[in-house]
Design a protein around this ligand. Structure first.
Ligand code: BTN
Length: 254
């Protein structure tokens, strides 16, 4: 389904395409540990052990979605993955709009929703220099997009959805190029300045009443008032206002 020559002609970094792998993020880590030290992208047509955030899995059947990892080598050490995940949600959302003509909403931090169902997420990881043979930090951005997946496992079938278009190889290739160019631009200065307007105007949760949870359960409730320039959530709660740089939102009436 992917056109290798097209992708490698227009992508700013080399693109590797695999038929099947456990996880493109895990394969990226293996490549880094084996000495790859220039930015690259890996795509897989199928993942047998796709990983999501918070230890969850990402369902990745053959030829029905985009399973994508971009690796960027950097002198800078990421304080957390917030900025990259916020930027990647904007970049992926714009790419889907342009390539597949579908308008998604963004649920903080970086889940994309179409028709009230989650169709995409990002898993950002970092391999610090010194943890392997490389003298730079590696930022690993894994993006999964359900394009035409329909048979989701039962535990996610209520929440997960697809952008539901016929398989359209050109749109897949276009999405990959747009996301890769977008991330490559973002990595030039790691600033969210040009992303926050789009992030806010396409937010699923801005001005909505939400619950915020961490691994131990609900930690706050309130109305999402804003997002600051580093992507943190500003919640208007019973006590006034609180700012969070991690956690998971539940939205009532999704
Ligand atoms: C989430 O929604 O929790 C994040 C999902 C990220 C899935 C992508 S698919 C490509 C890359 N490889 C993985 O194993 N995970 C990410």
């Amino acid at each position: 389904m992917y056109n290798f020559d097209f992708l490698n002609k227009y992508s700013p970094v080399p693109v590797y395409i695999l038929d099947e792998i456990d996880s493109t993020n895990e394969e990226a880590k293996r490549m880094i540990k084996n000495g790859t030290n220039k930015d690259f992208v890996i795509l897989a047509k199928k993942q047998t052990n796709g990983k999501g955030r918070k230890g969850r899995s990402f369902y990745s059947p053959k030829d029905t979605g985009i399973y994508y990892t971009y690796v960027h080598f950097s002198e800078e050490e990421l304080k957390n993955d917030l900025k990259v995940t916020v930027a990647s949600s904007v970049i992926a959302s714009k790419a889907i709009k342009e390539a597949f003509e579908r308008e998604c909403r963004i649920k903080w931090v970086n889940d994309l929703y179409f028709d009230n169902q989650k169709i995409s997420g990002t898993l950002c990881e970092c391999l610090l220099k010194g943890s392997f043979e490389n003298d730079k930090n590696a930022i690993i951005v894994g993006i999964g997009i359900n394009v035409s997946t329909s048979d989701f496992p039962e535990d996610i079938s209520r929440k997960a959805g697809s952008i539901c278009v016929e398989n359209n190889p050109e749109a897949y290739d276009k999405t990959i190029i747009l996301i890769t160019k977008g991330l490559s631009d973002f990595f030039k200065n790691l600033s969210l300045r040009e992303y926050m307007d789009y992030y806010k105007s396409n937010s699923l949760v801005l001005n909505k009443y939400v619950e915020l949870s961490d691994a131990n359960g609900v930690i706050d409730k309130g109305i999402v008032k804003d997002f600051d320039e580093d992507g943190s959530l500003i919640l208007s709660n019973e006590k006034g206002e609180a700012k969070y740089d991690s956690g998971e939102i539940s939205l009532y009436m999704l």
